[in-house]
Design a binder for this molecule. Structure first.
Ligand code: ADP
Ligand code: MG
Length: 579
């Protein structure tokens, strides 16, 4: 076949293929246009998962009558004009491709009216060609109706899934935009299934509609402003306390300049911040916006604009990780014994700024600016008990099942899991001993000889110095035999052979050096900590509780399990009918 230039009809269909994959991608483009047009209320109606019918109505700025046909031309946009504009994009759209692409594969109608005019303009397009243009009556703003999707691209239509699946993609999408723009009122009408937000700027209210009130009220607020080499990074949002987690990563929602982005490394930064707080295979709920100077990001990398490039990414990664870690360590609560809604939400209420519009909250410049800074919330009538960096002073009462230590604190009863608590204590001890290079090691009177596989030998030789730094000295002893000459003092009660093999296993799972170290510490802590089932003297319990009080993060063991739970006085009073 000779080479020839494709006619506009086919090239339009090809271009549309990139932007319009399914009903949700159409709604994404229409929502972005409405947001760019400063709408404060957007209503989306769908039928049959959006396959048969989509309508998006906004109360935004509208399009002037004479420019309406132009909006459906390829590369027609009001958002950028010069190539330098591409370097600092501040609108969601800029490619000038969405309207013509959607029109090319559907039957499309638009009615639009600028606030200052007394009539609206209606345009009807069939397969991308304008069939009708007339004046009409309509309220301010823009309404777009898309029907007969993919009627002229049967192959695409075949790829569509069931209407329920398509509807759930749309639901997820609208949810994301409503989180990024809590000041806009969103309504999704899908037959009997409706979703709506108030548009009052209250992110917690929006989250409550998506998850539930209880979860929304327990989330911890994040705010951080940091000055990087190339500009300012402002991070704001919410993240979950460790006792609320999910089994998959879908609940990490990230926005960059309020654009939802898919970015593995930023999600990883969030996960990393939870290291030591969450158990294996548990993932956080986090909703975070990163506000970056527009010239620090490149949005023009993919037609759907959900993948972006960030200059100076390391700085952004570190700032994100730090902000979440800070929220966690400063406010991570001791889980209450039963998550009674009222009691718990009361405690969390004031940690989150309900009144301020979410993304515009002024971040605290330092921890000292936080409203809760410097307060010690321990005390009989302080609703904040449970949120503090340090443990309250605890009086040991006794032990249950040779496993749990019963203590009394300023607000009721605190039950401590002795193994988890000791793990935390050892983990922090060994980590600080290592960093100050004064770790105590203990030579073994009778050195232990162990056999290693080839891969274990490899890992050992690669990480011998890490092991030595914590006091574990393992030397070759001919063939594949090795001799353990010394162990960390802390490990005196542990089984060195099992511990070493587990450390090698942990290391082989991969990760960065920080991880190897922490994993080594975890393993040592886990094997050295007193077991559940060991009865302790009062003195031993005292000692453990005092050491836990000294820890930086006393509320969780290094694996993320809680070290203690609390039964508050008010709960006791309620349970006994005193209140
Ligand atoms: P882009 O958003 O990349 O500019 P589109 O094809 O999505 O390209 O839209 C083309 C133009 O039509 C926009 O630049 C904007 O001026 C106008 N437009 C589209 N939708 C709306 C709307 N809902 N309200 C006001 N103007 C709109
Ligand atoms: Mg657009």
């Amino acid at each position: 076949m000779p080479i020839r230039i494709l006619n506009e009809n086919i090239s339009g269909l090809i271009a549309a293929g990139e932007v319009v994959e399914r009903p949700a991608s159409i709604i994404k483009e229409l929502l972005e246009n409405s947001i760019d047009a400063h709408a404060t209320s957007i209503t989306i109606t769908i039928k049959n998962g959006g396959i048969d019918y989509i309508r998006v109505t906004d109360n935004g700025l509208g399009i002037p009558h004479d420019q309406v046909p132009l909006a459906f031309q390829r590369f027609a946009t009001s958002k950028i004009s010069t190539s330098s504009d591409l370097d600092a994009i501040s609108t969601l759209g800029f490619r000038g491709e969405a309207l013509p692409s959607i029109a090319a594969v559907s039957h499309m109608e638009m009615t639009t009216r600028e606030p200052d005019t007394n009539y609206a303009t209606q345009i009807i397009l069939e397969g991308g060609i304008a069939a009708e243009l007339k004046k009409a009556g309509a309220p301010n703003g823009t309404t777009i109706i898309v029907q007969k999707l993919f009627h002229n691209v049967p192959v695409r239509r075949k790829f569509l899934r069931s209407s329920a699946t398509e509807a759930s993609h749309i639901q997820t999408l609208v949810t994301r935009y409503s989180l990024a723009y809590p000041e806009i009122q969103f309504q999704l009408e899908n037959g009997k299934k409706n979703f709506s937000t108030n548009g009052d700027g209250d992110i917690i209210g929006t989250i409550a509609k998506i998850y539930n009130v209880d979860i929304a009220n327990q989330l911890l607020s994040i705010s951080e402003r940091s000055e990087g080499p190339l500009g300012e990074v402002i991070i704001s949002g919410v993240t979950c306390p460790p006792h609320i987690s999910r089994s998959n990563k879908q609940h990490i929602t990230l926005f960059v300049n309020r654009r939802w982005v898919r970015d593995q490394s930023l999600s990883f930064a969030v996960e990393q911040a939870y290291q030591g707080f969450l158990m294996n295979r548990r993932h956080p709920i986090a909703i975070v916006n990163l506000q970056l100077p527009p010239d620090q990001i490149d949005v023009n990398t993919h037609p759907s604009k959900t993948e972006i490039r960030i200059r100076n990414k390391n700085h952004v990664f570190a700032a994100l990780q730090r902000s979440i870690r800070q929220a966690l360590t400063a406010k991570s609560p001791i889980p209450p014994m039963s998550q009674s809604k009222e009691a718990y939400s009361q405690r969390t209420e004031r940690l989150i700024d309900y009144k301020n519009p979410f993304w515009t909250v002024e971040p605290f410049k330092s921890d000292r600016d936080r409203p809760d800074a410097g307060k010690n919330y321990v005390g009989g009538n302080d609703t904040f008990v449970g949120f503090k960096e340090k443990l309250p002073l605890l009086r040991v009462l006794g032990q249950i099942q040779s496993t749990y230590i019963v203590t009394e604190g300023p607000d009721g009863l605190y039950l401590i899991d002795q193994h988890a608590a000791h793990e935390r204590v050892i983990f922090e001890e060994i980590r600080s001993a290592d960093s100050s290079n004064s770790s105590g090691k203990q030579a073994l009177m009778e050195p232990i000889i162990i056999e290693m596989t080839e891969s274990q030998e490899e890992i050992l030789s690669e990480h011998a110095s890490l092991l030595e730094s914590v006091g574990l000295l393992v030397e070759p002893f001919g063939g594949n035999s090795y001799i353990i000459r010394s162990i960390p003092k802390i490990m005196l009660e542990a089984d060195p052979e099992t511990t070493i093999f587990e450390i090698l296993d942990e290391i082989s799972l991969g990760g960065n050096i920080k991880n190897w170290r922490d994993r080594t510490y975890y393993t040592i802590a886990c094997h050295s900590a007193i077991r559940a089932g060991k009865s302790l003297t009062h003195k031993e319990m005292e000692l453990l509780v005092r050491s836990l009080e000294q820890c930086d993060h006393p509320h969780n063991c290094p694996h993320g399990r809680p070290t203690m739970i609390q039964l508050s006085i008010s709960k006791l009073e309620r349970e006994f009918g005193r209140r």
